[in-house]
Design a protein around this ligand. Structure first.
Ligand SMILES: C[S@@+](CC[C@H](N)C(=O)[O-])C[C@H]1O[C@@H](n2cnc3c(N)ncnc32)[C@H](O)[C@@H]1O
Length: 208
């Protein structure tokens, strides 16, 4: 189906819905339509390398990886028990093991994505065709992730581009919309289901 988006480009969402449940069995972190549309835009690039920063249980990581050809490489970065997270380390490890058993090449980095040590490890594993930044949603967090990881990636997706007001705890706000409004350009894609308080923005290096 054709979907217009406020930034300007059109994308074709013909990616079939495939998972009613998350692999962790927990509440999905994404709206199904937005997730499927993001994957649809991703697969147009014929990617074989994927970076996800902020994976929680690994549900989206699993869905994106299993949309890529077997043998593709995925790098998962997460700091369990941090903002917008919880005690998810064992689930994420299980997800990674399941993907490896299916024939994917997987690296799991447990650490703060903003630390130089993590950035250096990810750099040594890059570059990446596609990425999703979904970790620290505070302004300095998402800005730091974008500055560290976008040079390694052709296409960078952001979750929660309409997430104004969603709090993790007192005084901690989703500030992705503010950062997104600063970097979006006419070839970016916005995927926002009607009434969504999340939304996904996809930034591309090309034709800036
Ligand atoms: C919104 S959840 C990710 C949801 C996941 N992408 C999905 O769609 O299922 C955010 C995750 O990022 C982690 N996180 C928060 N700040 C982080 C940081 N600075 N570095 C790495 N991970 C971080 C949290 O612990 C949590 O697991």
């Amino acid at each position: 189906m054709e979907q217009s988006n406020p930034v300007g480009r059109q994308f074709k969402n013909d990616y079939p819905l495939k998972r009613a449940d998350t692999c962790s069995g927990m509440k999905a972190g994404q709206l199904q339509y937005e997730l499927d549309a993001m994957i649809s835009v991703f697969v147009e690039q014929n990617p074989t390398t994927y970076l996800e920063v902020g994976c929680r249980y690994g549900d989206t990581f699993y869905d994106v990886m299993t949309s890529l050809p077997k043998g593709s490489f995925g790098c998962a970065v997460d700091l369990p028990n941090s903002y917008w997270g919880g005690d998810t380390e064992d689930y994420l490890k299980e997800t990674c093991e399941e993907l490896k058993a299916m024939g994917y090449r997987i690296e799991l980095i447990l650490g703060n994505s903003l630390d130089q040590e993590t950035i250096d490890k990810v750099k040594s594993l890059g570059p990446f065709d596609i990425a999703l930044l979904d970790g620290d949603h505070r302004y300095e967090g998402i800005k730091g992730d974008f500055e560290a990881y976008s040079p390694l990636c052709n296409l960078v997706a952001f979750h929660d581009i309409v997430g104004h007001g969603q709090r993790h705890s007192e005084g901690i706000y989703v500030e992705v919309p503010r950062f997104w409004s600063e970097i979006k350009h006419t070839n970016c894609v916005e995927i926002i289901e009607e009434g969504s308080k999340m939304g996904i923005g996809i930034w591309t290096k090309q034709d800036q």
